[in-house]
Design a protein around this ligand. Structure first.
Ligand SMILES: O=C(O)CCC(=O)C(=O)O
Length: 322
């Protein structure tokens, strides 16, 4: 099978790929998302947002230009920078005004521009916990030009993040460890996304519990240059592919692994996580339950428990893949 638009990785044989179905906003879609738990691309799902015309570089500069922000800083296009060996380099940050950040990602050679990325790890836009909504005043102006998608009940909303980047950025293969469904809105630019179902956990090799890398929801695999020991598994794992253009809305079901490649001059996204109506059970959800329990009980940081937790994690991640 050929790889539609954009390359996932440098393997000699392409991974079998399935194109994510494109649908329109239509009655019954919300129920379909909850029921099927398969990725869907809602074509033009946010095409009516004023942000599509107002989030130009100069419009964003007017809105947020003087705001001081932290952003991810990689030695390459990969975020987090797991091509590095030291944690402080993997998770390096830069600091600048939003206006300076826009110039950093918007000028110069692509290789330079892809080194910086702003996400909700640095500053969330909105959070809803125990029924209380908190707006981040710094990024709240972004909400004036968008509307909350109507595909889930507002009381189920968990978090809203914004993402800003230049061309060439690769977000590392990972799953969202909050257990939420995700609607990712492309406001400006375009992106390719590859997704893997939770039943592929054994082939995707997340950083193990008990190991030195705390990003347990991220794969160890560099999909752009897969390490020899992971190539057979990556090749065997069926990938779903979607191309998001400005105005599109991508549904990422809870617990699906995903990685993005950013292709626009300026890529701007807003994503919405919400708690599923009917949380499902699958290998990733099961593994994350162990990780969460280890964190809550303090066992995750207890050296005496490290080997046991690592063995349990390895058993969960090594369970047979369908
Ligand atoms: O836009 C990206 O590169 C990543 C988005 C993502 O990981 C998410 O929406 O959860």
């Amino acid at each position: 099978m050929t790889q539609p638009g954009g390359t996932l990785h440098g393997l000699d044989q392409p991974t079998p790929e399935r194109e994510v179905a494109r649908v329109e906003l239509e009655p019954g879609l919300a129920e379909r998302l909850e029921q099927e738990q398969l990725p869907l691309l809602i074509a033009g799902g946010v095409a009516h947002w004023r942000a599509l015309s107002s989030w130009t570089p100069s419009g964003l500069e007017r809105l947020l230009g003087s705001t001081e922000i932290d952003f991810k800083l990689s030695s390459s296009n990969a975020h987090p920078d797991f091509r590095q060996t030291e944690l402080r380099h993997m998770f390096a940050r830069g600091r600048a005004t939003f206006g300076e950040f826009l110039r950093k990602i918007g000028t110069g050679p692509d290789a330079q521009r892809a080194r910086a990325l702003f996400t909700g790890d640095e500053q969330f836009v909105l959070r809803r916990r125990q029924g209380v909504t908190t707006l981040n005043p710094v990024l709240a102006p972004l909400l004036a030009d968008i509307e909350l998608p109507t595909l889930f009940a507002e009381e189920r909303l968990y978090s809203v993040w914004s993402w800003f980047s230049g061309r060439g950025v690769r977000t590392w293969l990972h799953y969202d460890n909050n257990g939420c469904h995700n609607l990712n809105a492309q406001v400006r630019g375009h992106k390719h996304c590859w997704l893997y179902a939770p039943d592929q956990l054994a082939r995707l090799h997340p950083f193990p519990l008990g190991g030195s890398n705390p990003a347990h929801n991220c794969s160890q695999i560099d999909v752009e240059a897969p390490q020899p020991e992971f190539q057979a598994d990556l090749r065997a794992a069926p990938a779903w592919h979607a191309e998001l253009k400005a105005g599109d809305l991508l549904f990422i079901p809870a617990w699906w692994f995903h990685t993005f490649r950013h292709e626009g001059e300026l890529n701007a996204n807003l994503n919405f996580w919400w708690k599923p109506l009917r949380p499902g059970w699958n290998p990733v959800a099961g593994r994350q339950a162990l990780l969460d329990a280890a964190g809550r009980t303090g066992l995750a940081k207890d050296p005496a428990a490290a080997a046991t937790l690592a063995a349990l994690d390895a058993a969960l991640c090594g369970a047979e893949t369908s």
